[in-house]
Design a protein around this ligand. Structure first.
Ligand code: SF4
Length: 719
């Protein structure tokens, strides 16, 4: 990237993309470029993937937005001043709320926003807009693991131990996780583990880059991970591998689980999943006889309408073997987005307030309202999960205006064509981004905001480690930070004219009454000031940041939450002595396999599943614009087994059509013997004809609201 503006300098920071948050140095060079160099950090140990290496390429990209865009009467997005753009938004929000009630405005956030921005966005929704409708795209990332972890352990932290423990565990079981492609530097820890004689077992319907390195690859039918876990626990019980002392002393609810898994005979599960009994037995023994073992799940296991129960099945297995809290052992979830962990701790979620507090808990409401300087009765109640929210937009009872920060649901939402039509039906759509995403293309107003290397802040990685993101430079002229945008909007909404609760408010909405004071002081633009407030708001909560300061983060390799005391220790490892549940014990949950929400049939005879490729990230808004990444992964594709391709008369490279009951995608076929012949796969990074989420199912997990991204029924034919 070519540098303009400030003199050459360098900062130690972290990659803008995934939850590994690799350490890197960002440096302006004498010849006017900005370069990235990896730096030693415990998660990446000096490594970066190609996305990290090319992260600076977007800083001065020609597609960079540097002026607000406002849709004119002819339907075109045209450059406008900030005053015009913000006035248009404020007028639109006020009109919608006065006509339809406060809940007629919704906010949609992102798992890539810093902790400060996630916190400010939740506060803005509840204090400035007083709407209950806020949720974020992290709902589609790890919400199933979050819910399962919370109900078992009383806390949701992706990894309750440092990532370095992977390198020292004897048996590592990865379920629906492909870090060799999604987080390549993580594999350095796995390489260590293997070098020490450790065993790696991977459960995945595809022979992925990670599965290729495994001692044992279990290749189940998509959607059968839960049954596989119950069979593993069945075998562990039969073979006497259960840690009975641990179960008796540190858990509750095991009897119901024991009765349930007794039904999961390995031979039955072999018929259901396709995994041979011998492999199930080898896996159970590798876990149950090891001195240390770690079980990790990721999106493959979690993005199902039974995602919470699937994760609970693996948590049950970990608890029965006595793993959580034991050295170099336990259960964990590989969170995906850069701040997927922090993003869910500070109030972006429909049901949560900062500190990972429940929004319907009176004590939590009182604490947070006190920090925000409002009456607890003024705080709205819980909203609805992300997909439900998007699917209600523009409907008679749904919101009529939406503010989107750091997300691109036109590409990333399930059943995306339907979401797109909902967005088109809004009275007002506002998108804050630094590039014109597919969602921004539909907006009435687009606000150009700062990107990663242009602002300070904190991120919380997949280990629950709070990190410092450091600015290398100021935002370019015409660009504002998200915090400044929220402050500007809050100031415009700050009037004494009360907005009625109105017909769209619903039973959970806030009481009618005067609008709260939303002075600029209430929405500070300095991230350091926001973080100080966030610490107070989180104090005493599950995710307690009260003892975390920017100085403390900088004096070490980050700070692990909970950290309630500035002078006390942080918490790299959880559960050594107790679990943060009312009884101090972890809780088993008996769970049963159930079929996919949409079984295959004569018309749609194949299973469809989605995932990522190494060179692209999420909806691709950023990585599709980086030359090196575009060359490495230029377009979408459909992966299918050669036997299936032969039956369909498809050759490698032929364009194929994948159709479900909801829509279709078209992309070149990529033939590979690494996938099951009854399953096809497509990556979800591309819009347009290759949009994988045109096909996916919007069936939701009843607990987490996670859509069933990972399995639906399709037919495939040559296009
Ligand atoms: Fe960035 Fe993730 Fe790649 Fe590390 S693994 S360089 S954090 S995208």
């Amino acid at each position: 990237a070519t540098r303009t503006g400030p003199p050459p300098r360098e900062v130690g920071t972290h990659c803008p993309y995934c939850a590994l948050q690799c350490g890197m140095v960002l440096r302006d060079t004498d010849d006017g470029r900005t370069e990235v160099q990896p730096r030693q950090f415990p998660t990446n140990r000096g490594g970066l993937c190609q996305k990290g290496w090319t992260a600076a390429d977007l800083l001065d990209h020609p597609d960079r937005l540097t002026t607000p865009l406002v849709r004119d009467p002819s339907g075109e997005l045209r450059p406008a001043s900030w005053q015009v753009a913000l006035d248009r938004i404020a007028d639109g929000l006020r009109t919608v709320q006065r006509t339809h009630g406060r809940d007629a405005v919704a906010v949609f956030g992102g798992g890539g926003l810093t902790n400060e921005k996630a916190y400010a966005l939740g506060k803005f929704a509840r204090v400035a807009l007083r709407t209950r409708h806020i949720d974020y795209n992290g709902r589609w990332c790890m919400s199933s693991a979050a819910a399962a972890g919370l109900r078992a352990f009383g806390v949701d932290r992706g990894l309750p131990f440092p990532l370095t423990d992977l390198g020292r565990t004897d048996t590592l079981l990865l379920v629906g996780a492909n870090p060799a492609e999604t987080m390549p530097p993580l594999m350095r820890h796995v390489t260590d583990q293997r070098a020490r004689g450790g065993r790696l077992i991977v459960v995945d319907p595809r022979l992925t880059a990670t599965a290729r390195q495994a001692d044992l690859h279990l290749q189940p039918l998509p959607g059968t991970d839960l049954a596989v876990a119950n069979a593993l626990l069945h075998i562990a019980l039969t073979e006497g591998l259960i840690d009975r002392d641990y179960v008796a002393a540190r858990t509750e609810g095991f009897d119901a689980v024991r009765r349930t898994v007794a039904e999961y005979w390995p031979a039955e599960v072999e018929r259901l999943s396709g995994i041979p009994v011998a492999d199930l037995e080898a896996t159970a023994r590798a876990l149950g006889t090891a001195a240390s073992a770690i079980i990790l799940t990721a999106r493959g296991a979690e993005q199902h309408a039974k995602g919470v129960d699937t994760v609970s099945a693996y948590v049950n297995l970990a608890l029965a073997l006595g793993l959580p809290g034991r050295p170099h052992s336990g259960y964990g979830c590989l969170t995906g987005q850069g701040n997927g962990q922090g993003g869910r701790e500070h109030g972006q979620k429909a049901d949560q307030l900062p500190g990972y507090r429940k929004i319907d808990d009176p004590a939590a409401r009182a604490h947070v309202a006190g920090v925000w300087g409002v009456d607890p009765a003024e705080l709205p109640g819980p909203g609805v999960p992300a997909y439900q929210l998007l699917d209600s937009l523009g409907t008679p009872d749904g919101p009529r205006a939406l503010l989107v920060f750091g997300s691109n649901p036109v590409v990333s939402a399930p059943r995306a064509a339907r979401v797109e039509s909902r967005l088109r039906g809004l009275d007002l759509l506002v998108v804050a981004d630094f590039l014109r995403s597919e969602t921004a293309e539909l907006a009435d107003v687009v606000l150009p905001v700062a990107q990663w290397a242009e602002e300070d802040g904190t991120m919380t990685n997949l280990e629950g480690r709070v990190l410092r993101r450091r600015a290398l430079r100021e935002p370019p002229p015409g660009v504002r930070t998200d915090l400044a945008v929220l402050a500007d909007l809050a100031a415009r909404l700050d009037d004494t004219d009360p907005v009625p609760a109105g017909p769209g408010t619903g039973p959970a909405g806030a009481a009618d009454g005067p609008a709260p004071v939303t002075t600029p002081e209430r929405f500070p633009t300095d991230p350091r000031v926001v973080f100080a407030e966030l610490r107070r708001a989180s104090a005493g909560g599950v995710a307690d940041y009260a003892g975390v300061s920017w100085e403390r983060i900088e004096s070490a390799d980050g700070v692990f939450w909970p950290c309630p005391d500035p002078d006390g220790p942080d918490s790299p490892r959880l559960f050594a002595d107790t679990f943060p549940t009312p009884t101090g014990r972890a809780r088993f949950h008996a769970v049963r396999h159930r079929p996919a929400a949409e079984p295959v049939c004569a018309d749609y005879p194949l299973h469809f599943t989605t995932g990522r490729v190494l060179a692209q990230y999420q909806s691709g808004t950023q990585t599709r614009r980086v030359d090196a990444l575009r060359r490495a992964a230029p377009h979408g594709f459909v992966e299918l087994h050669p036997d299936l391709a032969a039956r369909l008369g498809v050759d490698d490279g032929d364009e194929v059509r994948v159709a479900s009951r909801r829509g279709e995608l078209r992309a070149p076929a990529r033939l590979s013997p690494t996938i099951r012949p009854d399953t096809v796969f497509a990556p979800f990074h591309w819009p347009g004809a290759a949009r994988a989420n045109s096909v996916t199912n919007d069936a939701l997990d009843p607990v987490s609201g996670m859509p069933e991204f990972k399995i639906c029924a399709v037919r495939v034919e040559r296009a």
